[in-house]
Design a protein around this ligand. Structure first.
Ligand code: NDP
Length: 311
C-alpha cells in the first residue's frame, strides 16, 4: 500500500495489520519504477492526490481510498478509465464542515476577531465599549452547491432565521428558492456560502461580477476549495469596499495565503480546518480504512466516488 499524504496513527495501525505501508516522500517515481508492481492500493487525501503519472507507474493498482470527501486532487475520470476504484468519505463530515461555515459567518457578522483583539490590547479599559457590530439574524443566505454539506449548513443556520436560497447546476427537491444564475442570486443575498467541489468545473465561479453583486454589505464564506473563488478579485473587492467581509477556510495556493488577504481587517482566515476535529477525523479515518479493507477482502467498497460507481 502506498500512502500519499497524511493519515492518523489509528488508521496506520489498522492498515498495517493487512498491508506493508510505503510512504510517498520516502519513495519517489524512480523507486516506483523498480517496485511499483507491488502496490495494489493507495491511501491519500484531498490535497496530496494521485496523478496519472503515478497511476502509470503502478501497473497493479486496483484501488485509491481518499481520506476526505473532496477528491479534486485525484484524477478520478482517468482512474475509472483504467478500472481503478476510487472511494471517499461523504456524509461523516457534513455537520463539522457546516459548523465551520456557520462559525465563519458569525465571526464576520459579530466581528469576533476585532473585539477579541480589542479586549486583549486593553482598549476596553482605555477607550470604553467597542463599536457596534451587525446582527446575523434574519439574513438572506445563498448556498453555492446545495449538496450533502450545503444542506447541513442550511439546517444548522435555522436558529438565525435565515431565508435560504441556492445555486447549483440542477434544481433540487427542496423548499428553498433556486437560482439558475449565480450573479442574480448574489445580488439578492446578504451572505454567499461556497460549498461545491473544486476542480475545473467550478474554477473561479465566484469572480469580480459575483463579488460585485454580493456588494459592500455582503459577506462571502468559502469552505469549498480555494479554486472556486478568484482570489485576486476577492482581495481587490475587499480592499476597495466593493465587498464587505470574507470568512475563508480554503485558499488558491494554500498553505500560502497572500499577505494582502492577511492584512485586511474584514477577513476571518482559517487553515483549511473544515472537518478538523478529533471526532470527525476519526470517523473519516475509519471510513477510509473500511473502504480499503473491504476492497482487499472482496473487491467491493462502501463509498465510491460517482465516476467509479459503475466499476
Ligand atoms: P456534494 O457532491 O454532496 O455537493 C456538491 C454540490 O455542488 C451539489 O449540490 C452540486 O449540484 C454542486 N455543484 C457541483 N458543481 C457545480 C457547479 N459547477 N456549479 C454549481 N454547483 C455545482 O458534495 P459535499 O457537499 O459532500 O462536499 C462538497 C465539497 O466541500 C467537497 O467536494 C469539498 O471540495 C468541500 N469540502 C471542504 C472541506 C473543508 O475542510 N473546507 C471539508 C469537506 C468538504 P449540481 O450537481 O446540481 O451542480
Amino acid at each position: 500500500m502506498l500512502l500519499i499524504g497524511g493519515a492518523t496513527d489509528a488508521m496506520l495501525a489498522r492498515i498495517g495489520k493487512h498491508f506493508t505501508i510505503h510512504k510517498w516522500g520516502d519513495h519517489d517515481l524512480a523507486w516506483l519504477g523498480g517496485n511499483g508492481a507491488e502496490i495494489t492500493h493507495i491511501v491519500t487525501n484531498g490535497h496530496a492526490g494521485v496523478t496519472p503519472q503515478i497511476m502509470t507507474a503502478l501497473p497493479n493498482l486496483k484501488m485509491i481510498s481518499c481520506y476526505g470527501v473532496g477528491y479534486d486532487a485525484i484524477d478520478a475520470v482517468e482512474a475509472a478509465r483504467r478500472g481503478i476504484m476510487v472511494t471517499h468519505t461523504p456524509n461523516v463530515l457534513n455537520e463539522e464542515v457546516a459548523t465551520t461555515a456557520v462559525l465563519l459567518m458569525l465571526a464576520c457578522y459579530r466581528e469576533l476577531l476585532r473585539d477579541d483583539a480589542y479586549v486583549r490590547a486593553g482598549e476596553w479599559e482605555a477607550s470604553g465599549g467597542a463599536p457596534l457590530t451587525r446582527s446575523a439574524d434574519n439574513q438572506t443566505v445563498g448556498i453555492l452547491g446545495l449538496g450533502r454539506i450545503g444542506l447541513a449548513i442550511a439546517n444548522k443556520l435555522a436558529p438565525w432565521n435565515p431565508t435560504i436560497v441556492y445555486h447549483s447546476r440542477s434544481k433540487k427537491d427542496v423548499s428553498y428558492t433556486y437560482y439558475d444564475d449565480l450573479t442574480a442570486m448574489a445580488s439578492d443575498c446578504d451572505v454567499l456560502i461556497c460549498i461545491t467541489p473544486g476542480g475545473a468545473g467550478t474554477e473561479k465561479l465566484v469572480d469580480t461580477e459575483v463579488l460585485g453583486a454580493l456588494g459592500p454589505r455582503g459577506t462571502l464564506i468559502n469552505v469549498s476549495r480555494g479554486s472556486v473563488v478568484d482570489e485576486a478579485a476577492l482581495i481587490e473587492a475587499l480592499a476597495s469596499g466593493k465587498l464587505g467581509w470574507a470568512g475563508l477556510d480554503v485558499f488558491e495556493g494554500e498553505p500560502h495565503v497572500p499577505q494582502a488577504l492577511r492584512d485586511l481587517p474584514n477577513t476571518v482566515l482559517l487553515p483549511h480546518v473544515g472537518s478538523a476535529t478529533v471526532e470527525t477525523r476519526a470517523a473519516m479515518g475509519a471510513l477510509t480504512v473500511e473502504n480499503l479493507l473491504q476492497h482487499l477482502k472482496d473487491g467491493t467498497v462502501i463509498s465510491p466516488v460517482p465516476e467509479c460507481s459503475g466499476l
